[in-house]
Design a protein around this ligand. Structure first.
Ligand code: NAD
Ligand code: TDX
Length: 339
């Protein structure tokens, strides 16, 4: 596509803001509107350095009138806005259905009425459930849906509605299901930033027991490039799975890598009570996007974990107030340290 007017929902969150920065840099001719409710996870300061290059609208994707207003004249919607934290979905599930399922529906209905040329939906590998630790298969575009948390169930609902709008109304959509992202501006509630921040503050890493759960870590810049390629060259109606280079790394291994990078002793890990219904393993097969669009991840996990630690060391004013909010959540959730 050539010149575009983009509506980016959730552009003040972790991945959305990285994508807005990426797009301003790589497609400076395009016009960007960000729609974001600025929940606890949305931070306008993240967009400060590019605030003159974008239009920012504070608001809820569930607000039909506002959504119609901001979507008018737009070519392409890139939809990141969501409640994204599994632990919070266990403690306050309704807000996940509201924002993730119903919010997506409002965007789809508006996009249909306004005849938007492209609706790209950002989803997650968690909609496929989990993989047994000992198994060697991976999720791909044909994996069946088996979500296990209120978060992943609400995302699964949104994926189904996106496909229903394509099938029934011919809405020109694409979907990407990606694995765990890491990198700058990651909210302190998530495992990697939380662990780095706790270590920087002299606290221990809180590892959900037993710590052998496996995630497929994808650097957020690799994810942004994947979305760019899907928008430029992806086939309408298609889904693309996006994963990282680090395969089979358990949470305890990530914790040990962080301790090594930060030159700290191995006893700075505390085992805590596990997350109910904890998915044990995610692993994404990204063959389709590699073969069809030529995408592959470029950021190796070890090197970019080091860069991420550096980023958190150098950006304390960004995360300090957020870390307070996040740790408050964990305290009220009653996280218990196991002896
Ligand atoms: P995030 O929680 O950091 O940011 C979400 C953003 O959406 C925030 O800015 C928040 O204010 C906004 N938002 C939430 N509800 C809203 C609403 N009702 N109306 C308008 N704005 C609203 O999330 P993230 O990690 O950046 O995730 C972005 C997307 O990527 C989500 O759809 C998530 O499901 C998906 N995803 C994330 C990961 C990951 O590892 N972080 C992996 C796979 C998929
Ligand atoms: O303090 C912690 N200790 C710990 O052991 C935290 C916060 C997490 N964990 C574990 C739980 C998971 O096995 O680390 C792993 C990663 O946890 P999160 O960062 O909460 O991510 P996860 O639950 O895997 O979900 C993430 O990836 C998929 C995102 O939050 C989702 O939005 C995305 O869809």
């Amino acid at each position: 596509m050539n010149y575009m007017k983009l509506l980016i929902t959730g552009g003040a969150g972790f991945i959305g803001s990285n994508f807005v920065h990426y797009w301003v840099k790589t497609h400076p001719e395009d016009e960007i509107t960000v729609l974001d409710k600025l929940t606890y996870a949305g931070n306008l300061s993240t967009l400060d350095s590019i605030k003159d290059k974008i239009n920012f609208v504070e608001g809820d994707i569930i607000d039909e009138e506002l959504v119609a207003k901001v979507m008018t004249g737009v070519d392409c919607v890139v939809h990141f806005a969501a409640e994204s934290h599994v632990d919070r979905s266990i403690h306050d599930p309704y807000v996940f259905t509201r924002s993730n399922a119903l919010g997506t529906h409002v965007l789809l209905e508006t996009a249909r009425r306004l005849k938007i040329s492209r609706f790209h939906h950002i989803s997650t590998d968690e909609v496929f459930g989990d993989i047994p630790l000992e198994a060697d298969w991976k999720f791909n575009e044909d994996s069946s849906y088996k979500p296990s948390s209120p978060y992943s169930a609400s995302k699964a609902g949104s994926d189904h509605m996106v496909r229903a709008y394509a099938h029934t109304f011919g809405l020109p959509i694409t979907i990407s299901n990606c694995s765990n992202n890491f990198g700058p501006y990651h909210y302190p509630e998530k495992f990697i930033p939380r662990s780095i921040i706790r270590l920087l503050q002299g606290e221990n890493i809180r590892l959900y027991t037993p710590g052998n759960q496996v995630r497929d870590w994808l650097h957020v810049n690799d994810h942004c490039r994947a979305i760019d390629l899907i928008l430029q060259k992806g086939k309408l109606g298609e889904t693309y799975c996006v994963g990282g280079l680090a395969k089979g790394i358990s949470n305890i291994e990530v914790a040990h890598k962080l301790l090594k990078i930060m030159d700290l002793p191995e006893d700075r890990i505390e085992l805590v009570t596990d997350r109910p219904g904890h998915d044990v393993k995610y692993d994404v097969d990204w063959t389709k996007i590699n073969k069809e669009l030529g995408w592959e991840p470029q950021h190796t996990f070890d090197e970019w974990l080091e860069q991420t630690v550096e980023w958190y060391k150098n950006n304390q004013s960004w995360w300090k107030p957020l870390a307070e909010e996040s740790e408050q959540f964990y305290q009220t959730k009653g996280e218990e340290v196991l002896k």
